[in-house]
Write a protein that binds this ligand. Structure first.
Ligand code: PHB
Length: 389
């Protein structure tokens, strides 16, 4: 009797665990950790929107696996990111962690990715060092070095001699400043003032007031996605748009997500970046139309990082025939190339970082709306932040 009970129990447990395993194998779980609240919320919303749109278009099954997204809001606070990544890996047994709206969040998760051999797909953060922090990190966003070197060269060659810089005081702001400065000064430009503002609730007013008096040729601005609207509002309120001082920078400050509400003060700003909603490709036109239809707003560069991040996962799963262990997925992702709404992109097999075109763009009004109009293209730019180290 007892023996029967034990063997029945063992059999039941056996069936259960096999059932559990079969289920685990049929689903690929992605823990999506992004800021959905707080100052960086627009980043999380854009990424989440783009992933939902991708799955609506392409289905939620690939290589026989159902791709399940588990969305978590870290409010861009790295302690939250770490705790959520740990819970997702240990309790939810996710195959992949993804998102990461800011650099400190991406860095906080890196040791966990390494330890658990779980790919970490960075869809937003842009400091060069990130991909060097774990062999399981792959990036589909950008680096600040990619855009800041190019706008530095452009400014020096286009009659801009004196520049004041305003950068967000954390890692990507420091990358933006360093790479801009190197290139701009090598081309003969002069930095007349350097100001750093806190990431949370920055006040731009004192800087803008000084600019009004000292009148550099241009202000170089890096603020993360979500803050450009506030910066340009204060810039216009102080009449700087009428002062002849140009706004230049990486394109984050002119994020398409906010650009159209900035008003005419944004006209003429020249930035270097990976994505414009006005990028004139058939694929981008379709992407922008679908995104607008679904969400009644324009996609920005963060949406594109999310779109390409989920595309990378789908294509890697196709390549591995549905195998979803970290090593197989990372091997499949290295060297992958595809066309994105931003243009042609690839994953550098050596660094796992994104290689992409960087466009120089100017804000213009088209059919009554503000757009970053691309006028020069630098093809297949690798992260300059890697080769320098
Ligand atoms: C970052 O924290 O790495 C970051 C966030 C937003 C940006 C750029 C960089 O627009």
């Amino acid at each position: 009797m007892l023996r029967n009970f034990i063997s029945a129990t063992v059999a039941a447990v056996g069936v259960l665990s096999i059932g559990g395993l079969a289920q685990a194998q049929e689903t690929v779980k992605i823990g999506l950790i992004v800021p959905m609240t707080g100052g960086q919320a627009s980043t999380g919303q854009q990424i989440n929107n783009a992933i939902k749109l991708y799955q609506q278009k392409n289905g939620d099954t690939v290589a026989g696996k159902k791709v399940e997204i588990i969305l978590k809001d870290d409010a861009a606070l790295p302690d939250n990111t770490k705790r959520l990544a740990q819970e997702l890996i240990v309790n939810e047994k996710v195959n992949i962690i993804a998102g990461f709206g800011v650099t400190p969040a991406a860095l906080a998760a890196a040791p966990l990715a390494t330890q658990a051999k779980v790919p970490e797909i960075v869809m937003a953060a842009g400091t060069s060092i990130i991909t060097e922090r774990s062999p399981y990190i792959v990036r589909t966003s950008f680096t600040l070095a990619q855009s800041s070197t190019i706008i530095g060269d452009w400014a020096a060659k286009n009659g801009i001699k004196k520049v004041a810089t305003l950068t967000s005081d954390y890692a990507p702001g420091n990358d933006a400043l360093q790479f801009f400065k190197e290139h701009f000064t090598a081309g003969g430009g002069e930095i007349v003032e350097e100001v750093k503002v806190p990431l949370a609730n920055p006040d731009f007013a004192p800087f803008l007031q000084r600019m009004k008096d000292s009148k550099p040729d241009a202000v170089f601005v890096f603020v993360p996605a979500g803050q450009g609207g506030n910066f340009m509002k204060q810039y216009a309120e102080r009449g700087l748009d009428k002062s002849g001082i140009k706004v230049i920078g990486p394109g984050d400050v002119m994020d398409d997500d906010l650009l159209n509400n900035m008003g005419d003060a944004a006209l003429g700003a020249v930035t270097a970046h990976l994505y414009s909603a006005a990028h004139p490709s058939a694929m981008n036109k379709e992407f922008v139309a679908a995104y607008k239809k679904a969400y009644n707003t324009r996609p920005g560069f963060m949406a594109v990082g999310g779109w390409d991040g989920i595309h990378l996962v789908y294509e890697a799963l196709k390549k591995t025939g549905g195998k979803a262990d970290g090593d197989s997925l990372i091997a499949a992702m290295k060297g992958m190339k595809w066309e994105s709404p931003r243009g042609p992109i690839s994953i550098d097999p050596e660094t796992r970082d994104i290689v992409q075109n960087i466009y120089i763009r100017k804000v213009e009004k088209v059919d009554g709306e503000l757009y970053n109009i691309e006028f020069a293209t630098f093809e297949a730019v690798k992260d300059p932040g890697k080769t320098k180290k």
